[in-house]
Design a protein around this ligand. Structure first.
Ligand code: SAH
Ligand code: SF4
Ligand code: F3S
Length: 463
């Protein structure tokens, strides 16, 4: 094994005591929390812990911000628009707070790991009560207790992680599928990306804790788990990622296992083999390409070339039947020429991606790429982005049409939001399928025949 990034374990006991104190202060009151989550699945998973802790402290959830006694914003800073969005939101909170002086406003998450952001909140948004970061999320009970008992503003952000908090209560959004974090942080330092600075060094969770979590999920009726991390395939804690998959694969009642995200440089033959050998592994891999130009990839510090990537894709496709491959792409990285952008389109076609998340490069202060003088103009970035989107949509539709008349296993997640007579779920390849079904079959694994491929989903019928 090349490295071991195993994390120390922080046990939640002390915080559980604070949960208890806050719950006794809150006893007899009908208190509500409103929680908004920006950003990626890691933040979603963190928010489920925040919900869990708030529930233990006597708050129940409301979707109506005006009815809340505590408002929590879990923030993201991966692109500039995520930050703008938050400042817009915090501005609106001022009037709500004026109407309810007892309201507690909490801002946490990735954005708070940046000193200039906390300074701005202290200076311009004085009505914010509690600020904490990604590394001390589990301390919310103590911070809330302190806020309630001492009535002072609290700004506590840890610079580094001291370990991974275990036994934190979790209130999950879904009763069918669940996120299970296996690594936190990132050591890759892609030159455009802020994540390593706000999430800290990569740390792997104790496999025994992971297994314990999944066994609990199975006992609660969860059918599908997604192992989460910025780069899951560099997991290392007495075992590597492929070994971890084997280690958790025999847990009864869990029908499907997914993971995200994978970095192409760490995708081993052992992992491909594990995906092939373990029947529960879903036939989907999310493998961010970022750029199709070897030169741009080098400047992005991605550590693979265009050819390495294409060879890897071919290997995966040859090894795993019916695999769905999705990716992330950035356009307009500093210095990207028209030819280099065309190479991205070329690799996109050659790789035959099934779907993609596409981003316009966003300058993040503190990252190496932000200091470059050869930033691309918004006009060019927008034009390239529009061209990429056209190709992505065209190929996604093609991939979906290609599924027509196939019979696919769908894990039903609930009723379609737009049509009451339709159920919605996902294939093993992670495509959304809507199909007609009068009875509520939420939580079932059902074979569905695909009758039409649309750009954003598949339409099917029960067989
Ligand atoms: N760890 C994951 C994802 C991290 S963020 C990975 O490496 O795949 C999700 C995506 O946001 C990235 O894959 C990248 O495509 C995009 N992204 C990150 N920083 C960005 C930036 N500064 N501008 C535009 N997109 C960015
Ligand atoms: Fe960011 Fe790169 Fe780490 Fe992904 S692998 S989180 S893009 S630094
Ligand atoms: Fe955003 Fe933090 Fe995720 S910056 S993308 S929420 S790791």
């Amino acid at each position: 094994m090349q490295k071991n990034n195993s994390a120390d374990c922080i046990i939640f006991d002390e915080q559980a005591e604070y949960c208890h104190y806050v719950a006794s202060i809150n006893r007899g009151q009908d208190l509500r929390y409103y929680l908004e989550t920006l950003g990626c699945q890691m933040n979603e998973a963190d928010s489920e812990q925040i919900s869990g802790m708030l529930m233990q402290m006597g708050y129940s959830q409301t979707q109506d911000i005006m009815k809340a006694d505590i408002i929590v914003f879990n923030t993201c800073c991966v692109r500039e628009n995520a930050e703008f969005k938050l400042y817009g939101h915090i501005g609106e909170l001022k009037t709500i707070k004026q109407a309810n002086k007892d309201l507690i406003i909490v801002i946490c998450g990735c954005m708070m790991q940046q000193t200039h952001v906390v300074e701005k909140i202290k200076k311009s948004y004085k009505f914010v009560d509690i600020v904490f970061g990604t590394h001390n999320r589990h301390e919310l009970p103590r911070l809330l207790y302190k806020r309630i008992s001492e009535k002072k503003k609290i700004y506590e952000v840890w610079e580094n992680s001291k370990g991974i908090a275990e036994n934190v209560p979790i209130e999950r959004k879904s009763r069918i599928t669940a996120f299970v974090p296996i690594t936190y942080g990132c050591d890759n330092f892609c030159s455009y990306c802020i994540v390593p600075y706000v999430r800290g060094r990569e740390k792997s969770r104790d496999p025994k804790m992971i297994k314990k979590d999944i066994m609990k999920l199975a006992s609660e009726g969860i059918k599908e788990i997604t192992l989460l991390g910025q780069n899951v395939n560099s997991y290392s804690y007495e075992m590597d990622f492929s070994e971890l998959l084997h280690y958790i694969s025999d847990i009864p009642y869990i029908d499907r296992i997914r993971f995200m995200t994978s970095h192409p440089k760490d995708l081993s033959d052992n992992l491909i083999k594990a995906m092939k050998d373990i029947p529960k592994m879903c036939s989907h891999i999310h493998l961010p390409l970022q750029s199709g130009s070897t030169n741009v990839l080098k400047q992005m510090n991605r550590k693979y070339s265009k050819d390495d990537y294409l060879v890897l894709i071919n290997k995966i496709k040859q090894s795993i039947e019916d695999i769905t491959i999705s990716t992330d792409i950035i356009v307009g990285f500093p210095g990207e020429t028209e030819e280099e952008f065309e190479e991205t389109l070329d690799v996109y076609r050659k790789a035959g991606f099934d779907f993609a998340y596409t981003f316009i490069y966003s300058k993040r202060n503190g990252t190496p790429a932000a200091n470059r003088q050869d930033q691309i103009s918004d006009d060019i970035k927008n034009k390239r982005f529009a061209k990429l989107i056209t190709l992505v949509n065209e190929m996604t539709l093609k991939s979906n049409i290609n599924d027509e008349s196939k019979i696919m296993q769908v894990l039903v997640e609930g009723r379609s939001r737009t049509n009451d007579t339709m159920m919605t779920g996902r294939t093993r390849g992670n495509k959304i399928v809507n199909f007609k079904c009068e009875a509520d079959c939420t939580g079932s694994l059902i074979d569905v025949k695909i009758i039409k491929g649309h750009t954003w989903h598949l339409e099917g019928e029960m067989i």
